[in-house]
Design a protein around this ligand. Structure first.
Ligand SMILES: [Zn+2]
Length: 167
């Protein structure tokens, strides 16, 4: 695919502008990685992005994907998440409400987004009480999605059993 001005995703265009400002070449590979992230509202892993690229006939090395994701995060267009799964996830920041929180299903790995005016208010009030000016905050709820619960999944307890003798 050719990335000309006519068929370019406007967000890919913003990334191209960022690259030029940084004195970095706007390559077809970089544009393809950006397009892969921007094409989905999901919180994608590097493997997800790699799969998307392959489905579109592009085979890039993982190193190229990682380096481009790093640039996308630095540009502010993409947010990186570490939900403690042993890999990172990436989401497009501009496509929707930038302030949202996540629920991560420990069984399926599904990520559900939610918003809460009340949490925003609690963050403001708590920070004010400590004379703290909040810049941003993160809230992740771990557990089981409805679908996982309905299929009988359980949260496995991974720590040591009964660490404290109580008798
Ligand atoms: Zn999200």
């Amino acid at each position: 695919m050719k990335y000309g001005p006519a068929n370019i995703d406007p967000h890919v265009g913003l990334f191209a502008r960022y690259l030029r400002e940084q004195g970095l070449p706007v390559t077809q590979q970089r544009a393809a990685v950006a397009e892969a992230v921007f094409s989905s509202p999901k919180h994608q892993s590097v493997d997800d992005i790699d799969t998307h690229l392959r489905e579109n006939g592009m085979r890039l090395g993982k190193a190229t994907i990682y380096r481009t994701l790093d640039l996308l995060v630095r540009s502010g267009l993409v947010e990186e998440h570490d939900f403690g799964e042993g890999f990172k996830r990436f989401e497009h920041r501009l496509s929707r409400d930038p302030i949202h929180h996540h629920m991560v299903c420990l069984d399926s790995g599904d990520v559900i987004e939610f918003r809460s005016e009340e949490i925003a208010r609690i963050v403001e009030e708590t920070a004010a009480r400590h004379g703290f000016r909040p810049a941003h905050h993160k809230l992740v709820i771990f557990g089981l999605s409805r679908a996982s619960r309905e299929s009988g999944a359980n949260v496995k307890y991974r720590g040591i059993t009964c660490p404290i003798e109580t008798t």
